[in-house]
Write a protein of this length. Structure first.
Lengths: 295, 400
């Protein structure tokens, strides 16, 4: 068998694919963060909690109401997005005039509160959530066994990432949003309801996190801690991609997923720090991030 | 003069019982463990509740002094745990620290307590180092250790023909100890260890590691990790068709709490080792139901072990007539342990509680008719076989 650095090429292909799958989650989560930061200038520490909420809403819909995966994929983001919008309207919006640090502290506190509440009611071990029957099983690709569900995650997250990017960069609504962040007073004077736009944006960010949560539910244990394990990595992804750059968040998400996957083959002990090492290097060489505009 | 003598005598009379017996007029037990992380169900608040239950069952006082229990979250960080332990000993009159989930934490706190002249009884951590090279005259280890897990789960699987192993190991003291013990046991039984991969604590995605284990071709994939890490690894292994491909998973440290979280559907058929199972006999079932009513969770071996450790500590104080650490430690070594958790058990010179452990198999969803009735008891392994012979433990306290 051909080998590369002592690792069989076939095994390497498998690891590349696994890296891409993880990258899909990173991309989807960092996309939501980038949207919120890019348009609201809020560092949303509650993102991990909103991701966890998405998974739990799917779980509760299934166990309490008998609503399956496909509807949960639609309903959970709507519910969590609505909750996000409510939080923005009643609490977060009061902090825009203050230093960014207040928004960060508020969302961090919110995340701790939500996670603590869920830990109280559901325990730390969490609960299982089954993949829909249509996506169970696996296909043999020759070099690896690919679970069908994981293939679906890659396709779904790519589609959503491209969709959101088009929405913000190519539609009229997106142009309003971008304009509103550049100069809210001017945009408001054209008769556009800027506070409503901001509420919708935060809701969209939260909904994206929840969508990632529903996608993750069959793969990971649905647990109150699932978000806090991931959120720091996702922040690193956003920083590497360039704070607020939507395209940067998406591309970097996939890239770092693959980098992490490769590390797990060659030096697994470093797999949980490799992303931060890359972040440090990028910050030294390009402080604005790979895709950020130099301020 | 007479008055002075009289008052001096009365002061002495008042002070005497306290001086002779219990320091600070109270016995305070600290339960220090992970209450918010991956091991929060494995031990967590439930261990604190188990300690409270033991105090209540003991009667709430010992040598006429009240008993209270304090608890804190060490977040699996040895430095945080050491700070809390120092603060407890120095300013909060804590007499002993127990539970100590996570081996790195237990080793740090046991060493610190030895210097401070305080007793520790570890129930939540697994490493055999606690009663091996790093043993302490004031350190005790209850409930289980990596050697017992290796003998139980490792032994059973080798016996069933699983003679080639690949390990997925948590990258810290506990994982190394578990991998080393199990690997040695497998080799002793004529098996072979093909390799291992180490993953950081609290990793969420195991697919890379699982693919490596799959590619190794080993018959058994040993999961030398714990808590949510093991749950995620098992769940994802089924996605990648590892069990369907003919390889077996060995969850080396897996308890009732994690089986409950994972669900019988995904956990069925797993072989595991615990030193306590609530539905083993009438007495354990009665204890289990009492615990469930109080906490909403059935006890695993860490919870029941903590209950036993607190009882043993209080009985030792009673027998010693004082809460002075060395006298109590001597009684802990001397007295047999008989309670709902351990029967006719004794403490070895290295501080290890020698009690039976059980080889268990997770039932299929259809087999389980009562809630929380998750295991079939496959075998009872006598303590002498489950734990290292104290003379070979490497502990310097053991004299032959």
């Amino acid at each position: 068998m051909t080998t590369l650095f002592g690792v069989p090429v076939q095994a390497l292909l498998g690891q590349l694919l696994v890296g891409l799958i993880n990258g899909s989650f990173y991309a989807l989560l960092s996309l939501g963060l980038a949207v919120i930061f890019g348009l609201l200038r809020v560092i949303n520490f509650a993102h991990g909690a909103q991701y966890m909420l998405g998974a739990f809403v799917a779980l509760l819909l299934a166990t309490k109401a008998g609503i399956g995966y496909w509807f949960a994929l639609l309903l959970a983001p709507l519910i969590v997005g609505g909750f996000g919008a409510l939080v923005e309207r009643t609490m977060l919006s009061r902090l825009y005039k203050l230093d960014h640090l207040y928004g960060l502290l508020f969302t961090f506190g919110l995340a701790l509160t939500i996670e603590g509440t869920f830990r109280y009611f559901f325990g730390a071990s969490g609960q299982p959530y089954a993949a829909p029957p249509a996506l169970q099983g696996a296909v043999n690709l020759g070099f690896m066994f690919l679970p069908i569900y994981r293939g679906w995650v890659v396709i779904a997250s790519l589609a959503v990432c491209i969709g959101v990017w088009l929405l913000i960069e190519r539609t009229k609504l997106g142009s309003y949003l971008r304009a509103a962040t550049e100069n809210p007073v001017l945009v408001q004077s054209f008769g556009i309801n800027v506070p409503l736009l901001l509420t919708l944006t935060y809701g969209l960010g939260a909904a994206l996190a929840a969508l990632a949560g529903v996608l993750a539910a069959p793969v990971y244990q649905v647990s109150p801690l699932m978000g806090s394990n991931l959120i720091i990595i996702v922040f690193a992804v956003v920083v590497v991609g360039g704070m607020g750059s939507i395209l940067g968040a998406i591309v970097t998400g996939y890239m770092l997923g693959v980098a992490e996957g490769m590390t797990k083959v060659f030096y697994p002990e470093a797999s949980n720090i490799v992303i931060f090492v890359i972040m440090a290097i990028v910050l030294i060489l390009r402080p604005a991030g790979l895709f950020g505009k130099d301020a | 003069m007479k008055r002075v003598l009289l008052s001096a005598a009365s002061v002495a009379a008042l002070a005497a019982p306290a001086l002779a017996q219990v320091s600070d007029d109270r016995v305070r037990i600290g339960i220090l463990n992970d209450q918010s992380g991956v091991y929060a169900d494995f031990g967590g608040q439930y261990s604190y509740q188990a300690a409270l239950m033991a105090v209540e069952d003991f009667g709430g006082t010992v040598l006429d002094a009240p008993i209270d229990v304090v608890t804190a979250d060490h977040q699996n960080k040895p430095d945080i745990a050491s700070n809390i332990a120092r603060q407890w000993y120095d300013t909060e009159q804590v007499d002993t620290i127990m539970e100590l989930t996570a081996s790195s934490v237990a080793l740090a706190v046991q060493a610190l307590s030895r210097e401070a002249g305080k007793i520790t009884i570890t129930t939540g951590a697994a490493t055999t180092e606690l009663t091996g090279a790093q043993c302490s005259p004031l350190g005790f280890h209850w409930a289980y250790d990596t050697h017992a897990l290796a003998v139980g789960t490792g032994g059973a699987l080798v016996e069933q023909g699983g003679d080639t192993w690949y390990f997925l190991t948590a990258d810290y003291a506990f994982g190394y100890s578990l991998e080393e013990n199990t690997g040695a046991y497998v080799q002793q039984a004529g098996g072979q260890v093909l390799g291992s991969v180490r993953h950081p604590l609290a990793t969420t995605d195991y697919s890379s590691f699982l693919l490596q284990a799959q590619a190794s071709g080993a018959k058994v994939i040993g999961l030398a990790n714990a808590g949510m890490d093991t749950q995620n690894a098992i769940k994802q292994a089924s996605e990648f068709g590892i069990v369907q491909g003919g390889q077996r998973l060995a969850a080396l440290l897996f308890t009732l709490a994690e089986v409950h979280g994972l669900g019988l559907e995904a956990a069925q058929g797993l072989t595991l080792t615990e030193s306590f199972y609530w539905n083993r006999n009438e007495e354990s079932a009665e204890f289990g139901r009492r615990f469930l009513e109080r906490t909403g969770m059935m006890p695993n071996m860490v919870h029941a072990g903590t209950y036993s450790a607190v009882l043993a500590y209080l009985r030792a104080i009673e027998a010693a007539g004082t809460d002075e650490a060395e006298a109590v430690a001597a009684k802990l070594h001397e007295l047999p342990v008989n309670d709902v958790f351990a029967q006719d058990a004794r403490v070895a010179p290295n501080g290890r509680l020698i009690s039976d452990v059980y080889l268990l198999e997770v039932k299929a969803p259809g087999e389980s008719d009562v809630e929380w009735d998750y295991f079939n008891v496959l075998a009872t392994i006598p303590g002498d076989q489950a734990y290292i012979d104290p003379a070979e433990s490497g502990c310097s306290l053991v004299t032959n």
